[in-house]
Write a protein of this length. Sequence first.
Length: 481
Amino acid sequence: MTKSALTLFVKDEFDDISWWMSYHLALGADTLIIFDDHSTDGTWELINAAARHFDVRPHRTNTAEDNFYLRQRESYLTSLSLYGSEFDWMASLDGDEYVNIKSHDSLNAFLDEFPDADGIALSWRCFGSNQNAFKPRHSPLRAYLHASDETLSDNDLIKSFIRPRAFGGHYIDPHRWDVDNDRYVDADGKRVEWKGSGMNPNWGRAQINHYICRSMEHYLKRLQNRPDIHKTTIFWDHFNVNKVFDDSILKHEHQTKILNYSIWQSLWETRGASQHSVYRPVVFGEPVFELSTQTGLHVCMDKSRNIVVAVDPDAVDGNDLARILCVKSPSEDNVVFIFQEGARDSSPVFVSEAALSLPYIPMKFEYFPDEGNFAFSSFAGIFLCANPHDGSVLLNRYNPGEWERFHLRPVHGEFLKDVCALSWLVYEGRNMKTHDDIIQSARRIPAADVYVIASFFHMLPSSEKYLARQKMTGWFPAWLS
């Protein structure tokens, strides 16, 4: 059975490193070997949080080496030396490079197609900013869906999977590796026709999604951190090409979101108060409601697929379904928290096309008294929609039409008295207005419940979010904004 590993060289990628790890684990990479170049923004802590649950192997780079490119080279070669004997295939990547396998559902299934090769060259496909000025709430998979075409010469470059046993020992560059040219093939299995360290672009079966621009905010940070890059917009103007729509990578989006949340949960559990904290909120006693659509479908969490759906009422009592419920925020007149019935406190709610995944998702609501129904939207103004034809529930509408209207019905259940984190939301949320309130709550809430801080953070005004991120480094990623 094929076994694969990806080596990553990374520095200060706090907002995106968890997406990179989650995506490649969802793709089926067996192991992630990560060399952190002494990040100071929380990246290192996230890598270690992932390592508690997945085969992620954290390392730090050699600070004795001043040159950025030599530290990168040393990291890639050290990875091959330490772990090469464990794996059939290894690749060395940067944090803005995502392996996109189009022809197969998993990385290893694709690699199995090359029994007679020692190197596989995958073409870069450089993606533009998608007009994102600030760091987007969505993962790079959804945030950047427009790419360049063959006329951008940089797409001639490649990244390689190599068999470690076939490596000749000479480091060429991060793109082309020292393996037998006769056994170095492209994604179609054809011998590479080299153009320096690249080839003519081949994006049919696989590619490297290279999010080289990302947002303008990313770019400005890159200029600050990299002395080798000119402090102008020349680099941005060259690479910010958004000619071709390409969403091929989205087939792994949902599993990526699930894994991303598990990594963040692992991190947050190390940030709360003592597991044995005796401080507890008052008994939960707020009214709770279930959601149904205009056509009578009930909104539920499909636990087998970890996704919110709309189903016939007769199906609600099935073992794989849990009703989606909501409770009003104590501090905001038009805000509710969405959560799933019967789940333990830390079970998140995943909605298709939503950037935010949490156990308790804050959403704004509008009431339409003439119809007696409600519409729910994200804090960015995107409405929840239930498709009556296929039962899908998505967060992707800009106006509340018929499919975006829901009925609420009060529910009662013994499970409510056990939902401690929900009590925290109601009790602590009464005075949650500033970044200082967030800081104080983080010191009180037990580690097992501390993820509710993420729900509070999401509700803060932008100015308070900025201050919270400044004072609580490594707590709040862009997808919580």
